[in-house]
Design a protein around this ligand. Structure first.
Ligand code: G3I
Length: 349
């Protein structure tokens, strides 16, 4: 009887009940080690939230609390308390912790964006922040997004104009991206250093231009000896996304450079806004589930792809508008069709 009960509890319809358990069962059959999600420590006290995250996933990223604005809200004063909550949640639940991020042009504290700092002063500020954060979390993070979203959205895909871009080439002989990565490697030689961006997942179709620009930037960093270990492909896309072949080709070309690839911020919005054409229904939920599964399969099939991660996990808490149903669990933490499809994909690998 005991044996029968045990068998029933560890074996679901898809062969295993959770992403993390199925990955454990797969072991070395795949180089994909993580199925992860961004989390927000503000919801940890809700047992449905923390329970679902820790039951299903084996990696978490802080949605906001490890960003520059959270850690160095006041110049020179480092506050790790919120970021620590996510790192400790990961540690307490035997999950990996992924750092996001040390350098971004968005959501920075006003002292930084309004400071009118000179280029040498900005170099000092950037190096100090990256160094302090990487040293503090030494040995505790599987990877860091050292620089986030630096590339412009249109040709010629130069670096975006932001505070950090006031670091001039004359000053450092390159640009702020290099400065951040060099500081990160020096601070923690063992940390895996990632560049993370959006609209860059597929090397075909509408994202080809920015995707190629990112590939060229990263290749140039490698050619110049700038330390980088991987790239994050965010993937804030929609239920009708149809460039999966291009995603695979793109991941493979990064693999050919010897880099790891993480799908970092996947969500599949269903919306009538911003060029999307989607009305939520049972069929749409099925289509969304199949797309989640197809993308997971592409990651599993690509040696370079080591992490498959969504930006949140429940429709109850997403940066996207309410009613757009972007994530694998619904507002009540019930599994949507995506969960079963992803479990089937993992079990069938
Ligand atoms: O913390 C303040 C709070 O004190 C204030 O009362 C409130 C009023 O608006 O704002 C709060 O800050 C908000 C913060 O989220 C924390 O909730 C910011 O306004 C808001 O802009 C911020 O949005 C986050 C955004 O990044 C900017 O940092 C989103 O939650 C987060 O999902 C989003 O995540 C980004 C990734 O980091 C990078 N890739 C794109 C992705 C989606 O935009």
């Amino acid at each position: 009887m005991k044996l029968l009960l045990a068998a029933l509890t560890i074996t679901g319809a898809s062969g295993s009940d959770t992403f993390r358990d199925t990955l454990t069962t797969l072991g070395d059959k795949t180089t994909t080690k993580y199925v992860g999600a961004a989390v927000n420590e503000g919801w940890f006290s809700d047992a449905s939230y923390s329970g679902t995250a820790s039951d299903y996933y084996n990696l978490v990223t802080a949605e906001n609390s490890c960003k520059f604005s959270a850690i160095q809200h006041t110049q020179g004063s480092f506050d790790f308390s919120s970021c620590d909550q996510v790192q400790k949640f990961a540690e307490d639940n035997s999950m990996a912790f992924r750092g996001h991020n040390t350098c971004w042009g968005v959501n920075n504290p006003s002292w930084l964006d309004n400071g009118n700092f000179t280029s040498p002063e900005l170099v000092d500020i950037l190096e100090n922040h990256v160094t302090t954060v990487l040293k503090y979390y030494k040995g505790k993070a599987v990877a860091w997004d050292v620089v986030n979203e630096a590339i412009s959205d249109a040709a010629p895909y130069d670096l975006k104009l932001n505070t950090w871009n006031n670091i001039t080439a004359d000053e450092v002989n390159t640009n702020y991206v290099d400065v951040a990565f060099r500081a990160a490697r020096q601070a923690d030689p063992d940390a895996k250093l990632f560049y993370n961006d959006y609209n860059v997942a597929s090397s075909q179709g509408w994202s080809q231009g920015k995707s190629d620009a990112m590939y060229n930037m990263v290749k140039s960093m490698l050619d110049r000896g700038v330390p980088i270990d991987g790239v994050g492909l965010q993937m804030h896309v929609g239920t009708g996304y149809d460039l999966v072949d291009g995603v695979k080709a793109n991941m493979e070309r990064y693999g050919d450079l010897g880099l790891e690839v993480h799908i970092t911020e996947l969500d599949l919005v269903c919306s009538q806004k911003n060029g999307y054409d989607c009305v939520w229904s049972d069929d749409m939920e099925k289509q969304q589930g199949e797309l989640y599964a197809t993308l997971l399969q592409a990651c599993l099939d690509t040696e370079a792809c080591t992490n498959f991660e969504t930006w949140g996990f429940t429709d109850a808490h997403s940066w996207l508008e309410d009613g757009t149903h972007p994530l694998p669990f619904d507002e009540n933490y019930d599994q949507k069709k995506a969960v079963g499809s992803m479990l089937d994909t993992l079990a069938g690998y």
